[in-house]
Design a protein around this ligand. Structure first.
Ligand SMILES: C[S@@+](CC[C@H](N)C(=O)[O-])C[C@H]1O[C@@H](n2cnc3c(N)ncnc32)[C@H](O)[C@@H]1O
Length: 330
């Protein structure tokens, strides 16, 4: 219908722009507005910009002591979580974590996509950046690129790493593209990664694929550090339109057993029946896992200052048991 009306109007010499709150048009006008603001305000580091995708309203905090409080809260959270994830291999000192938090706060307003509909926002980008910065990987695999926002985050955090990005269907145009990145339009499991240094390699899975399968594939190739988006517990299975069963969380849920049927509604009735065999196998390969805390601590003051930035889609770290074909010694 839109297509027909657009065609008719074009014949009359008009172009039709639909107003849809979450559409690309809003996103690109926000991008333009953000760029204008950056230029006009010569933005300082320590600034976090809030954008409201529906109204296009932009706001940010300027009071130095409040900005400092935000940085303190984020650094405290980051120190605890990152060190819990990376033990026993790596422990980061507080001053380094604080430095990385400041870097991220300075960086995020320069992201290629202001309003990344269908992709990672502040929360995921923050943890992805911090983990990359701490691990300093020489090899990163990303599965699920969409328009390239998280590929950009990885590239900023690990500029010298070999980065391979896998996407089942790239959009017609990537918002971020880097000549040094290997782009592959197929599933990563068909790719020969070569030798993997487990402690200096990282995989970011953001592809809506069965997470037990991803654990098994990564372990077989010798990876140890994995990041997963959408690690929803079973009771939040309805939150995503694309089914991911099992998630890492579900692998450790004693109620998710063979034969159990999960039912939910998301754009129609959905259901699936659990087969525990692959769950048990994947569970045995995981040394530990944890979801990152929302970068939006309990304090209401924080929420008031940073607005609705913290959308938490259960971004998780998974550490695998040593082993696999590509790990040194195999
Ligand atoms: C949530 S989006 C990724 C968001 C992205 N990381 C960002 O920067 O915001 C999920 C993407 O995974 C892709 N995808 C689905 N199956 C895949 C597969 N088997 N391998 C790689 N990508 C896949 C989809 O096409 C989609 O673009």
């Amino acid at each position: 219908m839109k297509h027909l009306i657009r065609k008719l109007l074009r014949r009359l010499g008009y172009d039709l722009i639909w107003f849809e709150p979450d559409s690309k048009q809003v996103s690109s006008s926000l991008d333009a507005k953000l760029r204008e603001i950056y230029r006009a305000h010569d933005l300082l580091s320590g600034t976090v910009i809030c954008t409201d995708p529906r109204t296009g309203n932009i706001s940010y905090l300027k009071t130095p002591f409040l900005v400092e409080e935000v940085v303190e809260e984020m650094s405290r959270l980051a120190l605890e979580s990152v060190n819990a994830c990376l033990s026993p291999y790596l422990q980061m000192p507080p001053e380094t974590i604080r430095e990385y938090v400041l870097e991220f706060i300075d960086l995020y307003p320069r992201r290629p996509i202001a309003h990344n509909v269908g992709g990672a926002t502040f929360h995921n980008c923050f943890w992805l950046y911090l983990m990359c910065r701490c691990i300093q990987p020489t090899l990163v695999i990303e599965s699920g690129v969409w328009k390239g926002q998280t590929s950009w985050v990885i590239r900023q955090a690990a500029p010298d790493a070999k980065l391979h990005c896998f996407e089942i269907k790239f959009p017609s145009q990537l918002a971020f593209r880097d000549e040094a990145i290997g782009y592959h339009e197929h599933d990563w499991s068909e790719f020969g990664v070569g030798n993997v240094d487990p402690q200096r390699s990282l995989i970011h899975f953001d592809d809506h694929v069965n997470q037990a399968r991803r654990v098994e594939e990564a372990h077989r190739r010798g990876f140890m550090h994995l990041l997963f988006d959408d690690n929803f517990p079973a009771y939040q299975i309805h939150k995503d339109t694309k089914l991911i069963v099992p998630t890492i969380d579900m692998l450790f849920d004693p109620r998710i057993k063979t034969g159990v049927r999960l039912d939910w509604f998301n754009q129609g009735d959905q259901s699936c029946t659990i087969d525990e065999t692959s769950c048990l196998e994947a569970r045995g390969l995981i040394a530990k896992w944890q979801n990152f805390p929302t970068v939006e601590p309990e304090s209401q003051a924080y929420k008031a200052r940073l607005g609705g930035h913290g959308a938490n889609s259960k971004f998780a770290y998974v550490q695998l048991e040593p082993g696999g074909d590509s790990a040194p010694g195999h």
